[in-house]
Design a protein around this ligand. Sequence first.
Ligand code: GLN
Ligand code: ZN
Length: 762
Amino acid sequence: MTIIQTANLGFPRIGKRRELKTALESFWSGKSDESALRETAAALRARNWQRQKDLGTDILPSNDFSLYDHLLDTAFMVGAVPETHRGASDLDTYFRMARGAGEVSACGHNHSGVTALEMTKWFNTNYHVLLSELKPSQTFELAHNKPLAEYVEAKALGHQTRPVLVGPVTFLALSKPAIGGFNTLSLLPRLLPVYAEVLHSLQDAGADWVQIDEPVLANAPGGQIALALTEAYAHLVREVPGLKLMLTSYFDVHDANLDLAFSLPVAGVHVDLTVRPDVLEKLPSLAGDKTVSLGVIDGRNIWKADLNALLARLKPVVSQLGRVILAPSCSLLHVPIDLAQEDKLDSDLKSWLAFAEQKLEELAILKSALSGEDVSAQLAENAAAIAARKTSPRIHNPAVTERVANLTPPMSERQSPFAERILKQRKRLNLPLYPTTTIGSFPQTAEVRAARLQHGKGQLGDADYDAFLKLETEKAIRWQEEIGLDVLVHGEFERNDMVQYFAEQLEGYAFTQHGWVQSYGSRYVRPPVIFGDVSRPKPMTVDWAAYAQSLTDKVVKGMLTGPVTMLQWAFVRDDLPRGTVCRQIALAIRDEVLDLEAAGIRIIQIDEAAFREGLPIDPAGWPAYLDWAVDCFRIAAAGVADETQIHTHMCYSEFNDIIRAIAAMDADVISIETSRSNMELLEAFIDFKYPNEVGPGLYDIHSPRVPETEEMVRLLARAAQRLKPEQIWVNPDCGLKTRGWAETRPALERLVEAAKTMRANQ
Ligand code: GLN
Ligand code: ZN
């Protein structure tokens, strides 16, 4: 008889009502002290353990909690703390690493004093980790044994837990070398003794298993990582005999890495079977005497699993294995906590969804079914929900399916090539050399946000709210005219968020009230849910754009969020390929583009901020992704006449890998974020001989700092050395919604000055 248990790999830390955010912000602002923060954190952990146990989870994680980020916790654990960041207390040091010290801008960036560690996305998720910088002389010590502290804390509450560690190889692979040519993996021999010490302490305290996450296994198999993993696990298993390690991979795993994982002397291996379902049947031959952990429930999405289908596949495999653990595919950090809190979602939709707690219930049902217990009622209920979703008329809109099926290559083609279009556009737009513009949004002041909130609560009527927004827009137009910008924007005052604003007006999207997931630290996002075929019942932005254009003779740029970004920043239905969902959105945006054009808007910007982050982890998957992503942009953009100019905008991207795709998008103008890299990011465009027009961002909008005119002239001159002057636009790095007017005004005045200087020097 197979032994079957359920496990969780990690529970969301933020609290059902975002208690952690509240506690952190109160602590940071000095309103409460360290003990209050620690109390809230401990209460959240206690609640999470108990709740997971109540939901039938056999193996509870500990050390999955973090005040900010688990990679930062790891750096802190091993004493990788830069001297510059040492603060008055441990907690102070920790937050100096997380957030910097000194003046911190609205978005959490810091531009004076001690800067925060660099952030990067945790593989292909929307969660950001903090990267330590390591130097060749780096040494490690067991500085903070948080894994032990949380293990002991759980034990005192009556819970035997399986502590979670970020593996030593993943930690080093994600660290930044302090100098070029230095490989952080070479520090492994110095790091392993610290890991062994932590594992020893856990074993002494009573732990029998430890979960070690090595998501680097998702990366392309490579010699150095493989060698490092081999060395690491030989060392740890030798040094801490008797303690069982569950080597945990997720998000993806190559065959070669799978073989490697099972060849290591660890006691168990966890595999994400939602990205690699095909691996399931191979497990009996791979497993040997290892315990396998089956990542069967999707930890990245919010859909109910098809339990009956899963059982049909699991049964024959499980009976061949001696011991199995049923688990989510990855930590549940990436999904909201509890669907039961959503009392505004309609019952249909609600019956199709599962958040973290519901996913743990699904695991318990699977375990019962596989153990021969009677869960027929639960299985029948699940089957009914799955069937209802499949056939629901709310999901399926035959007109949308047909439109996507009937897409033809000409729909992705502008009428003429760029070289011809641009001549017609220049004639029509009549802009000076180095035309100036902004990326779209203007300061979302306290006043603007208060008005939106009041309107949402019904305290401010539609007409009053509308009048308020019109006035803000008019002020913005007048002010842009005054300072002499060439291409104006309406300011986006009516938008709560660049995705949500559109999602709320499209069919096929739904919204949660409490569906928050951590993006980084205390910043959480609430992604909309794409549950059905997407269509646009009526124009979304035309009134605002047309109103703004009616106020001025200057060109007002229409402002839209692109299909890839609309997809990327949502929870996406799992019953259609992502490319198909994206094409549906692309068609909706295309309609909007054409309506804007018909309303007299001569320049239309389609933002694709999330274009790069859609790239799969495995470069082998890049061509397929880029293929549909580029096509979706082109579908959205290509319906217009040659004379209508299409802009796009991308922030915080590394462009080298995708420059070919960017060129294939064929936007007439692209604005990018370049100021923080001192124009280095522009190199990709230069090397590629990018033919269309480019607006390299001239100042960092993350900081309230107002740049000098000369700085911007210098950056422009650098760009002009390598690009043709008539190719260059003059704009900030990104939208200005997080800034105040106090710095926005002088910054843009100087930006206009900089363009004038360039023209005069021509
Ligand atoms: N138009 C948007 C704005 O200006 C673009 C923001 C973005 O790409 N992140 O806010
Ligand atoms: Zn941007």
